[in-house]
Write a protein that binds this ligand. Structure first.
Ligand code: 16G
Length: 243
């Protein structure tokens, strides 16, 4: 069943097989997947290859291991590592998840004092506002409002359709903007009525409000984002090292 001629490594193909099983509902939450031995027999590959695929899927939160019992399909929220600066599209692609967005607002406005402060520009500077409901598998997981300094991204809104394009990919490929780092603040709160409507929640349900300032080289802010994530669908993980 694996394509040995493909340039895609065999362990990636096994990951895809398992992810497909999860998305299609063939594998149900908390169900045990076949053992490493069975999978290696089934695909005619070494157990090492199967083990690498499973390890990746455990790391990305798709599977969990119960010692002595086997490996199971996780019903847990999306578990995002806070080590690297990634975009929503990249995070979901890594998990083999299909994403889409509903664009609620895409326009150029004058920056409010608050937005201008975060972007380190004078108030009233033109900024692109992009407000999107971010979806995974057709279900909303986050509501995101990005502000990008307009002079850095001329004609972006007329040239791109952000219902399926990635903002970070456009910044990189079309405007040659290299993002270097970001500062993020997390806050737990209750969803407002409007947020709840877009996120398919009840008003008052828990959400994680995140703001991000994204920088290019020399500590220059380029993007300020306010987002609201469904509290039941997202989990962020950070590794903390003692100095
Ligand atoms: C992520 C970022 C957001 C960024 C977006 C770009 C967090 C909390 N936020 O959602 O700041 O604007 O990715 O996504 O991770 P895109 O490239 O898929 O459009």
């Amino acid at each position: 069943m694996l394509d040995t001629k493909s340039s895609k490594p065999l362990y990636e193909q096994i990951k895809e097989y398992i992810l497909h099983g999860i998305h299609s509902g063939d594998f149900k939450p908390n169900e045990r997947i076949p053992s490493e031995r069975d999978l290696s027999d089934q695909f005619g590959v070494s157990r090492l290859t199967v083990n690498k695929a499973i390890k990746d899927l455990v790391r990305d939160g798709w599977l969990y291991v119960q010692i002595g019992k086997g490996t199971f399909i996780n019903d847990e929220p999306i578990d995002q590592q806070l080590e690297t600066l990634t975009s929503f599209s990249e995070e979901m692609a890594k998990r083999g998840q299909e994403t889409s967005s509903t664009v609620l607002r895409a326009q150029i406005v004058e920056a409010s004092e608050d937005i201008a402060r975060h972007l380190n520009v004078p108030p009233s500077v033109a900024v692109v506002v992009l407000k999107r409901v971010r979806m995974v598998g057709g279900r909303p997981v986050a509501l995101e409002t990005s502000h990008v300094i307009a002079s850095r991204v001329n004609d972006m809104l007329s040239k791109h359709d952000f219902s399926h394009e990635s903002l970070y990919a456009v910044l990189r490929t079309e405007y040659d903007i290299t993002l270097t780092h970001a500062e993020q603040v997390f806050e737990a709160r209750a969803a407002s009525e409007t947020e709840a409507r877009f996120l398919e929640l009840e008003a008052g349900d828990p959400v994680l409000a995140i703001t991000r300032v994204t920088f290019t080289a020399n500590n220059t802010p380029i993007e300020y984002v306010q987002s609201v994530y469904r509290g039941d669908k997202y989990k962020f993980r950070a590794v903390l090292r003692r100095l």
